[in-house]
Design a protein around this ligand. Sequence first.
Ligand code: URP
Ligand code: ZN
Ligand code: ZN
Length: 458
Amino acid sequence: MGTIIKNGTLVTAQDEKKAEILMENGKITQIAAQIPQAGHTVYDATGCYVFPGMIDAHTHLDMSTATATTADNFDTGTAAALAGGTTTLIDFATQEKKETLHTALQNWHKKADGNSHCDYAFHMAITDWNTEVCHEIEELKNLGVTSFKLYLAYDNLRVSDAQLYEVLVAVGKAHGIVGVHCENGDLVDELTAKYKRAGDFGVSAHPKSRPDYVEAEAISRYCYVAKAANVPVHIVHVSTKMGLAEALKARAQGQKVYIESCPQYLALDDSKYELPGFEGAKYVCSPPLRGTKDVAALWQAVENGAVDSISTDHCSFRFDTQKSMGKDDFSQIPNGLPGIEHRLAVLYTDGVASKRITRSRLAALLSENAARLFGLYPQKGTLAVGTDADIVVWNPDAQWTITAEKMLQNVDYTPYEGKKITGIAKAVFLHGELAAENGAVVKRHLGHYVARGESEYF
Ligand code: URP
Ligand code: ZN
Ligand code: ZN
């Protein structure tokens, strides 16, 4: 017997309609104006919107840097994700130097398998490119990994432009997609050294060491290299008006350019770095939070369809023991913000309830477009017969306040502390099972690995 969701309004990236959904054996088996009860369980969604399960395509769980390991692992991170309405996330498996991609993938499976409360997949971050690794791209495709990540900043992770070109060609042949962290690494290093030489070690030097042109130059370069390789572009965590302009320029010239931004670049701004004491360290991420003109430009791009997806870049470090490593030197503050739990809440509040975007646009930004680009569609990302029964029942009338005290993220702060939210994930179904309700996980560890197909270059 299955479960029928009744009395809700179904929302997809295309439209909204009043209909009922039947979920059986993990799949949506019927969508109709009325579905006979016939022994099925009924979930009453009166007054609610019924969205496809949300997809967070940018998370860093259980990831170690040179100095720290992220505070959220797959257990805590996926619980927080699920409670907030995310039913699938794509985490960055990261290759260590001298490691094969297969080993990196196995390592990430060890971290995630059996520990996850929502479904998960992996991008592969390549940090040590060579001919053997090149051969692995096609093999990884058979293991469900069709997207890759390259860094143009961070000395221990970044690749050269030649390597960028070679990876793009190899991944293009596999009909995958490469997401690139676009910041000019050399410039970041120079500017960081400059501020430190001048005795400027405080948090406010962090955004100064990574100004907008550092992002814009790298986005422009990536677009030109991708043009040479004749492949589509995916730019992760776009944060500036200038960077956005470079991406749109390439798009206007006929390149396929996919743009991701993150809630923190829309809901927060760089005034946080001026907070008293060391408080601003809570907001240190790369790229950094930006000025109000950048925030306005990003919102415009979210509203007019220029931005394709919004994922979290969830990369949580504790304030008391981890961010504090940079108390005397901003460059030692681990980079990254928590946010996996609050993406839908923040975007519904600042986007839909604030009348900037429609609910369908929200479904496109937070679910369908990522599903398409990362080879999950139509299994994930929409509401249709035959697809996975991953569903968020959203109560738009709930009012609540984000606070670290009440969240599931395993970290001692949230950058959205005190933010007033409109709406809540009243029920989250994963494979047709009621897995989370009103911010709490009610059925644990239902998540499993999702092998992905080729990218759809929509
Ligand atoms: O500061 C950030 N964003 N840390 C996570 C790694 C990355 O650059 O995406
Ligand atoms: Zn990045
Ligand atoms: Zn990231």
